[in-house]
Design a protein around this ligand. Structure first.
Ligand SMILES: [Zn+2]
Length: 146
């Protein structure tokens, strides 16, 4: 019996790597907007928790919860909060609402609540515009800091 040498591999064209260049995915854009927006809120408002006397490390607290995207990046809906109020007290919403009402008026607070189910076009253009806007606003605030 004759043995033939068998070529055990097949030649494949090497796969071309698809380069995404610098294009960020939508979920990355959303994350980036969260980050710059949170930095902006914490730079803009008092360096204390909005709903308790705590002064120290703060987070970006939402009155209408952040899962409602229509108000997630709305300045009036956000204030700095400590981790205790934001996470463990789930935003301390009753206290948050009372203070926001005193600050902005009950009408505006109602508008925020009503706006929560609006549908935004969360496309690349939206994220890129908002990221640019809040980056600029943040830089403006940081330039003013002593
Ligand atoms: Zn607090």
């Amino acid at each position: 019996m004759e043995y033939k040498e068998v070529v055990l591999y097949t030649l494949k064209k090497p796969r071309k790597k698809v380069s995404r260049g610098k294009l960020r995915t939508l979920s990355k854009l959303k994350k980036d907007l969260d980050t710059v927006f949170s930095l902006y809120i914490r730079a803009k408002f008092q360096k204390k928790c909005y709903t308790c006397p705590y002064i120290g490390q703060l987070q970006n607290g939402h009155f209408v919860p952040r899962q409602y995207l229509a108000t997630r990046w709305e300045e009036d809906n956000c204030r700095p909060q400590c981790r205790n109020c934001n996470v463990f007290r789930h935003g301390y919403i009753l206290e948050f609402e009372e203070r926001l009402s005193n600050e902005l008026g009950a009408k505006r607070v109602q508008e925020l609540k009503d706006a929560r189910n609006q549908v935004l076009r969360l496309n690349r253009a939206f994220y890129e515009t908002e990221i640019a806007r809040y980056t600029q606003l943040l830089n403006g605030l940081l330039d003013k800091e002593p």
